[in-house]
Design a binder for this molecule. Structure first.
Ligand code: UTP
Length: 272
């Protein structure tokens, strides 16, 4: 059974200061729903209902969001307003939630390694909730990725074409397209200058990882920006042909940036 999904939410969210000074960026709402709830809904729809957060200081609002708020519920119970809580209530009832703290923000790879104890020896999903994704066909991006995993039984990263000006913000990958939209990766470089990028395919915030990734992360030296980079660990799996890039069917918004956040808000408002 594959039921676990890791949510690294310990980052500082500096691109969204001052909003993120005392509030987790994952609690920023797109319309009336926080980013983290969209991410958990996507994981749960893929059957990943054991939700594991790697949190940090100033992130307690996330724990409270996935808990009962007795006072609030008592005060609006029996009124029309109750229906505003029905979505989050049913999510809470269908998932379990575990938390562990990353003590120092040493990078995404380090955050994932911090989740080792709660993940154990299982294949697991990773969702970066500030990348808000909507599937095109009714299947969410994590559901699509689990289908790819079931077929090929190796790590899967979601990728999309990025603009030249954006290349240096992504992990950039290349490899051989073995099926439509599925690429067996042989090169992955974290945030390369444009001239050194092997393609324009960037990794976005959705991963399915096999648990041997933890053994690799444990001995990994810091990479780009002095951080433990998940891309470097994946490169070791890729050198054995065990990582696929998946061009997901759908749309992604970088809600960690003000521009992406506004675009996502407009998109959701237009389709609400
Ligand atoms: P980002 O690169 O978006 O960093 O991290 P950030 O700190 O959240 O945001 P900015 O760039 O300063 O605005 C990608 C994801 O990895 C998590 C973040 O919470 C985010 O979901 N992360 C990153 C950690 O959990 N720990 C880290 O040490 C670094």
């Amino acid at each position: 059974m594959k039921t676990k999904c890791l949510f690294p939410v310990a980052g500082y969210g500096t691109r969204f200061l001052p909003a993120t000074k005392a509030m987790p960026k994952e609690m920023l709402p797109i319309l009336n729903k926080p980013l983290i709830q969209y991410g958990v809904e996507e994981a749960a729809a893929a059957g990943l209902t054991d939700i594991c957060f790697v949190t940090g200081r100033t992130k307690r609002a996330i724990e409270d969001h996935f808990d009962i708020s007795f006072e609030l519920e008592a005060s609006i119970g029996g009124t029309k307003k109750e229906e505003f809580l029905s979505g989050i209530r049913s999510l809470i009832n269908s998932c379990t939630f575990s938390y562990t703290r990353q003590l120092q923000m040493l990078g995404l790879g380090h955050a994932i390694l911090t989740g080792k104890k709660i993940i154990g020896e299982e294949v697991f999903g990773v969702v970066l909730a500030d990348d808000l994704c909507f599937g095109q066909t009714g299947d969410g991006v994590m559901t699509q990725m689990m289908q790819v995993y079931e077929k090929f039984q190796c790590s899967v990263v979601a990728v999309e074409e990025v603009a030249d000006s954006e290349v240096s913000k992504f992990g950039i990958v290349s490899g051989e397209e073995i099926e439509d939209g599925i690429i067996r990766l042989d090169t992955m470089i974290e945030k390369p200058p444009l001239a050194e990028a092997p393609s324009r395919l960037g990794i976005i915030g959705r991963y399915v990882l096999t648990p041997d990734i933890f053994d690799i992360l444990e001995y990994l030296e810091p990479g780009r920006n002095g951080e433990i980079q998940i891309t470097d660990a994946l490169m070791q799996q890729a050198s054995e042909g065990r990582v696929l890039g998946y061009r997901f069917k759908g749309q992604r918004f970088d809600c960690g940036s003000v521009e992406g956040f506004v675009k996502a808000t407009n998109y959701c408002f237009a389709s609400s």
